[in-house]
Design a protein around this ligand. Structure first.
Ligand code: ARG
Ligand code: GLU
Length: 686
């Protein structure tokens, strides 16, 4: 009994204080952490990190494209991010004659840089706590409109922190003339592919280089050959000194989505229901696609990005489940909640909070589960998505008294459609949907069709066999009406419409649940006074700090924090796509002539490639600058180890590690593989 009590006291303790290196802090409030940061090796001030009045490090950090981070490397707008963040841009500029994905690209002068239509970067102009202004009755739209009017290319938004207990105005300036300057070949930038994704030891040179252009006044402008390189207020000094285990690290970037404060119900949902379901469904899709890829080079290329996307979250979720189970996160949260309930019992505003939350979860979970099940199963069938949007287009046109060119849409679709793969996926996905659907939600028509054809897979085969939409013959509006695939779409209409209503970022963001998190967070802050609260990630700019560190991967198996070029050569295999390095790298290795990039690592002469650190990061932190105590760039963040991905719900300092590409490997590749050392002239190397 005593032992048991002690154990539960220990369990609770771990939530009382923020563990070392946990946290994604708001830059404008970093003053509250600066003492801790300085005790760990940071040499600069809070003002150096974030200031509205003078140039600070924040002016050297940008949001890149939709969901990545990038950083300025020169006074001439040179910008560094990950290769996987620049991937879409590089792909869009590539053709069979100019295959930059395969061979890389290096602009020899500004005039050779390649504009990327549609690519933008955003700089944070300022962030401001507007909680009081909103409480005093100011309208959010007015605050946003006023902020937008303050400058050229400004956009603004108000973001919720702590489930709406605090509201921040974020004002960004968006630049829309961004050009590709350089990228290594994929055999370096994507070395290891999906095999090594989320894995340590890692040897990926995950970087690409762009340049931001501006009008004559340094303000955002549409692409023009007369535009000039943007002059940032601040760019990073690059350290060429190298990192050592224990060195201070700070990451400055835009993490996307964490849920550190959710109650046990939400953790159970992720660990027991959501992740296992999604993993099982994705395993089947990946098996089908991988098998087809192994048989045809054409399929391998056509499905490369699809495969990578499916596999990325698939692997992440596996680590998350493992981690949540290993840490017993739900169990610890239940103990924490029980203690909280005792404290809240005699406080009228909080006493029924947890009960209300449990009830709300009970109500929303079936809806949210159906939404996730549907989007991971039937909605992944290409033929389904095509037919659904075709029907919607036809109906929209009819309502507007117009006609819709069904045949043109049909031709566009079948041009790149692989029915064999899609049908194999559809058979599995419909069958899985039927097995996993909440019984009372099973569409009656689906049940009837399956009974009629003698099984889900047979039903799917019949649909694919008889649909004219999947054949090569021209189709007309009247074909659409009675088509088997269109009927298939109709069968799922209710499920589809309902699932759209529950398209919230996370289960806990459904309004029925979220309404209780605002008072819950308030209560936690009153009750759990020693806990250092930081707001969940929401794609706003954050600071995370920690140190370069290896970790105990398994009993007696220590993983060192720095990988080297020797490890690349150990993996090198011309017959394995993910590990086939460029010949020039083999040649350099054979001579061991690494020039200025040579370094003694673990007692041998080598070149560092990637390193591990203890920073709390998440998706969106890709491309983030990793800086040392002096504020100099030492790497680019690009991944976590998959076994540490439960840090989106609980950060465990003993195992959670982010993975960065060492800036010296970036410089080595620019210099020795790209032959582009002229880029160093505009950088500040130290
Ligand atoms: N795991 C990293 C992230 O979550 C890298 C993903 C891109 N690389 C890949 N092999 N799919 O974005
Ligand atoms: N690769 C992720 C990204 O693109 C970062 C990895 C993570 O989730 O930490 O943002």
């Amino acid at each position: 009994m005593i032992k048991k009590l002690f154990a539960s006291a220990l369990l609770c303790l771990s939530f009382l204080t923020v563990q070392a290196d946990e946290g994604m802090w708001l830059p404008s409030l970093i003053g509250s952490r600066i003492k801790d940061m300085r005790s760990k090796g940071f040499k600069l001030s809070a003002e150096d990190i974030y200031s509205v009045n003078k140039a600070s490090l924040k002016d050297a950090v940008v949001q890149f494209g939709g969901g990545c981070t990038g950083e300025f490397l020169s006074a001439e707008g040179l910008l560094l991010t990950n290769h996987h963040c620049g991937y879409g841009s590089i792909q869009s500029l590539s053709s069979v004659e100019h295959d930059y994905l395969t061979y890389g690209f290096w602009a020899k002068s500004h005039s050779e840089e390649l504009p990327v239509p549609g690519l933008t970067i955003s700089l944070l102009v300022k962030m401001e706590d507007v909680t009081d202004r909103l409480a005093a009755g100011e309208k959010a739209e007015d605050i946003i409109a006023a902020a937008r009017a303050e400058g050229e290319g400004y956009r603004a938004s108000i973001e919720q922190m702590y489930y709406g207990n605090q509201q921040f105005l974020f004002v960004y300036q968006t630049y829309r003339d961004v050009r590709l300057v350089g990228t290594p070949p994929s055999s370096i930038g994507k070395f290891g592919g999906d095999t090594d994704n989320w894995v340590w030891p890692r040897h990926t040179g995950d970087f690409s280089i762009f340049r931001v252009y501006a009008g004559a006044d340094n303000q955002p402008a549409d692409y023009s050959k007369d535009n000039k390189p943007y002059q940032p207020k601040r760019h990073f000094t690059v350290s060429t000194k190298g990192v050592d285990e224990g060195d201070f690290t700070m990451i400055y970037g835009f993490p996307g989505n964490t849920q550190e404060y959710v109650i046990s119900d939400a953790v159970d949902y992720v660990a027991k229901t959501s992740d296992p379901m999604k993993i099982a469904l994705r395993t089947q899709r990946l098996d089908i696609i991988s098998a087809a890829q192994a048989e045809s080079a054409e399929v391998r290329i056509a499905y490369a990005a699809v495969h990578a996307n499916i596999a990325n979250a698939w692997k992440k979720w596996q680590g998350e489940v493992l981690g949540l189970n290993r840490l017993r996160t739900a169990e610890k949260k239940r103990a924490y909640e029980a203690d909280f309930a005792k404290w809240a019992a005699n406080k009228s505003e909080y006493a029924s909070l947890l009960d209300n939350m449990h009830k709300a979860y009970e109500e929303v979970i079936p809806e949210y589960y159906m939404r996730e099940l549907f989007s991971e199963s039937v909605a992944t069938i290409e033929a389904y998505s095509f037919a659904r949007s075709l029907v919607a287009s036809v109906e929209r046109a009819q309502a507007e008294g117009k006609t819709f060119d069904v045949e043109a849409a049909h031709q566009r679709f079948i041009k790149s459609y692989n029915q064999q793969i899609d049908q194999a996926i559809a058979r599995r996905m419909v069958d899985e949907f039927c097995q996993r659907v909440l019984p009372e939600r099973m569409p009656a028509d689906l049940k009837a069709q399956i009974a009629y054809y003698g099984g889900a897979e047979k039903y799917v085969d019949a649909v694919f066999r008889s649909s004219r939409l999947l054949g090569n013959d021209p189709v007309t509006i009247s074909d659409v009406r009675g088509d088997a695939l269109v009927n298939f779409v109709r069968i799922f209409n209710n499920i589809y419409n309902n699932s759209r209503k529950y398209a919230y970022r996370n289960l806990s963001n459904a309004p029925q649940i979220e309404q209780y998190y605002r008072p819950y967070m308030q209560a936690l802050r009153e009750w759990d006074k020693d806990r250092a609260f930081y707001p969940d990630a929401n794609f706003t700019l954050r600071v995370a700090y920690g140190k370069v560190a290896g970790y105990e991967y398994a009993d007696a198996e220590y993983h060192h924090p720095v990988s080297t070029i020797d490890g690349i050569m150990e993996k090198d295999d011309p017959n394995v796509y993910d590990y086939n390095i460029p010949q020039v790298l083999r040649d350099i290795y054979a001579t061991k002539d690494y020039g200025r990039w040579a370094q003694q690592i673990y007692g041998k002469k080598s070149v560092p490639v990637c390193f591990l650190a203890t920073n709390h990061t998440s998706g969106g932190n890709s491309g983030s600058p990793v800086i040392n105590g002096k504020g100099e760039l030492i790497g680019i963040n690009f991944d976590r180890t998959w076994r540490s991905t439960m840090s989106d719900m609980e950060f465990d300092p003993s195992i959670c590690r982010n993975i960065s590409v060492d800036i010296r490997y970036v410089l080595f590749v620019i210099d020795r593989i790209g032959g582009a050392s002229y880029l160093f002239d505009e950088m500040t190397l130290k």
